[in-house]
Design a protein around this ligand. Structure first.
Ligand SMILES: *Cc1c(COP(=O)(O)O)cnc(C)c1O
Length: 429
């Protein structure tokens, strides 16, 4: 499969190069040259297939022959080796829990898939890659865990000292092995600026730096699996299905729309955002006008210029009319989020967290516009990851799950730095 850059469309690369480069040399996002729908017989019998088979059929064409079938199946098996339960919440409302992976965030799937693809491409020891990533919280843990012990990969994670939660810091700093945690005396933006500088630094060329953020196709495309799993489970109701995604960088929902392009019968998508409402405003006015980012309770979605939105527009050929048929976007305040958390708990007996609560609110709006449908919202993180907010809204203590329990008494190891020169020295070894 070839990928083109959304900036310079005549520049194409292989899947391997797209994964290793992350971003095209012209700074464009990669996009697959062809998208071939799956046969209708696949959807007719999808409930008879196990989740590994479903995932394999969903992603196969995007990799082509660059990873052999048996190897790809092994990568998929390792990537999705945990549950993706669908929980009934109301008669027409379901939650798809994407947080049963090792770091309890939905980003586990993308990180695990990407790490194993890179590991495959580096299998012959021809090359060693250094994965360099800045994190404000969840991404770092998923990347650290996903890339742990993958051959010929060194991982360097930058995080702002004192600005990530206790659990998040433990997830980053206790693994050891090929994972280095760098504690930057500064903000997340300072971390990101250092990462950008490193990518442009000619002294680091032979370190083969690569990024593991969500624009990488190997992190983006496996997110399609969730939507196939949801359909496989909800098909038996025989009603049109609406999916609501709590959205920040719009990678997850874009993967859902890609799944629909493959023929997956999802009737409508809802993007639910917090006060960072660039896309809801775009749907109203046709004018894409990001504002400065606002800090909210659902901080993993504090993104005002979502990178993946351009991929969604490409999927619709920039035709707003066509797009509106399949897609709505709604935004919600912190106050609405908190009330939703309380209602979901008190009336429906389910513990959500801020991102999932926004997904729920978006779904309710979507169902109003499409009566006769059923809907599923994605619950993208375990409530324990946002325990302070959940505890104060619901006045309950959350039990600590096994994945978190395991790291509580491990020892933190990090390297503290103040300047870019210190990072450069670490990368040069
Ligand atoms: C990253 C993240 C999101 C947003 O996903 P996008 O693909 O960036 O839209 C939502 N919820 C949680 C908990 C996340 O970590």
């Amino acid at each position: 499969m070839k990928y083109y850059s959304l900036n310079t469309k005549n520049h194409t690369v292989s899947f391997r190069e797209a994964v290793i480069n992350g971003l095209a040399p012209d700074s464009g996002l990669y996009f697959p040259e062809t998208i071939t729908p799956l046969p209708s017989s696949f959807f007719d019998t999808i409930e008879t297939l196990d989740k590994e088979e479903v995932a394999f059929h969903a992603i196969r064409q995007f990799i082509g022959d660059e990873i052999p079938e048996t190897e790809l199946k092994k990568i998929i098996m390792e990537t999705i080796s945990f549950d993706f339960p669908i929980i009934p919440i109301e008669e027409t409302v379901f939650a798809l829990e994407l947080y049963h992976g090792p770091t309890m965030a939905f980003k586990d799937v993308g990180a695990r898939f990407m790490s194993r693809c890179l590991g495959y491409f580096n299998r012959a020891n021809e090359q060693k890659n250094t994965v360099l990533v800045a994190t404000s919280g969840d991404t770092g843990g998923a990347v650290a865990n996903g890339f742990l012990d993958v051959k010929n990969i060194e991982v360097v994670i930058l995080y702002p000292a004192g600005k990530v939660s206790h659990f998040q810091e433990l997830q980053l700093t206790t693994l050891g092995g090929n994972i280095k945690a760098i504690e930057v005396n500064g903000s997340f933006d300072d971390c990101q600026a250092m990462v950008k500088k490193a990518f442009l630094d000619t002294n680091l060329k032979e370190k083969y730096l690569t990024s593991a953020n969500s624009i990488n196709i190997a992190r983006w495309l496996p997110q399609m699996f969730y939507f196939f799993f949801a359909y496989r489970e909800l098909k038996k109701h025989g009603k049109p299905i609406i999916v609501s995604c709590p959205s920040g960088n719009f990678g997850n929902i874009c993967a859902g729309i890609m799944a629909k392009r493959l023929g997956l019968p999802i009737a409508h998508f809802v993007a639910a955002t917090n006060a960072n409402d660039t896309v809801p405003r775009f749907m109203e006015s046709g004018n894409y006008a990001p504002k400065p980012t606002i800090a909210t309770l659902s901080n993993a979605m504090d993104v005002s210029d979502p990178s993946n939105f351009i991929r969604i527009q490409e999927l619709y050929n920039n035709d707003l009319k066509l797009f509106e048929n399949d897609f709505s976007a709604f935004c919600f305040t912190d106050e609405e989020t908190e009330i939703a958390l309380q209602n979901i708990y008190n009336q429906l007996n389910y513990i959500a967290e801020p991102h999932g609560a926004i997904g729920y609110l978006g779904l309710k709006k979507g169902l109003k516009k499409h009566p006769g449908s059923i809907g599923v919202f994605l619950e993208t993180a375990h409530p324990i990851k946002f325990s302070e907010i959940v505890t104060s809204a619901l006045h309950i203590e959350l039990p600590v799950p096994e994945q978190i329990q395991k790291i509580l008494d491990k020892k933190k190891t990090s390297i503290k730095i103040d300047t870019y020169e210190e990072l450069q020295n670490i990368l040069l070894g």
